[in-house]
Design a protein around this ligand. Structure first.
Ligand code: ZN
Length: 217
């Protein structure tokens, strides 16, 4: 058994409300690169990236419930035999994550989504389409994923992003304003006033800071 559960990707909070947002949240603290104005270049500071090597993908997939333990283990074992393919898959994952992030930020800022990012998402969706087949289920037919791709976590993330972008109320998409956070989430609260990714971390920090400011004034 390959130890996947101790990885940071398998322990992170899942607060996005959509699988694709939880995937974007495998890193935080996005900042615009100096000189990268307008061209969508972002780099990442202050928060550890939870996607460090390929095994973080099945670890995260199992954590979210997307993969069973057996499926995650099978991917982890296959990655050890297909090292190059695994490394390429991780690079694609990081690129897909950046694209979804920038599309979301454009939506939040009521700007047009960068076409290069939309293209990247569409390329991943095409790969995902090729990986779907119709199988017979107990009552109806069901969509099944062909199980042997190292990149199967990416298929589902791309689908999740497409589903969110086509069906959700995107005016509810938020970016947490916490220091070096920038996690994304869908605000599904009744009054649409959820501000923080998580009350226990960013929300509390802000509360403590407000309290200190009051004390010192
Ligand atoms: Zn936050």
């Amino acid at each position: 058994m390959i130890n996947l559960k101790e990885r940071p990707a398998a322990r992170m909070k899942l607060i996005g409300g959509r699988m694709c947002l939880d995937f974007v949240n495998t890193v935080g603290g996005w900042k615009r690169a100096p000189g990268g104005e307008g061209d969508g270049l972002f780099y990442v500071v202050a928060r550890a990236d939870k996607l460090v090597d390929y095994l973080d993908l099945p670890a995260w997939g199992q954590h979210t419930g997307m993969l069973s333990e057996n499926e995650a283990q099978a991917l982890a074992r296959a990655a050890r035999r297909r090292v190059r393919e695994a490394a390429a898959t991780l690079r694609r994952a990081v690129a897909l994550r950046g694209a979804i992030y920038r599309i979301c930020i454009a939506i939040i800022n009521r700007a047009e989504a960068p076409s290069s990012d939309l293209d990247l998402l569409n390329r991943e969706l095409n790969i995902a389409h090729d990986s779907l087949r119709l199988g017979s289920g107990p009552e109806n037919f069901v969509w099944e994923w062909i199980k042997n791709g190292l990149d199967q976590v990416l298929w589902r993330i791309a689908y999740s992003a497409a589903e969110m972008l086509t069906t959700d109320d995107l005016s509810r998409l938020r970016e947490c304003p916490g220091d070096n956070c920038g996690w994304l989430f869908l605000d599904t609260s009744k009054n649409s006033r959820r501000q923080w990714c998580d009350m226990q971390t960013c929300g509390n920090l802000a509360k403590v800071r407000r309290f200190r400011r009051r004390q010192s004034s």
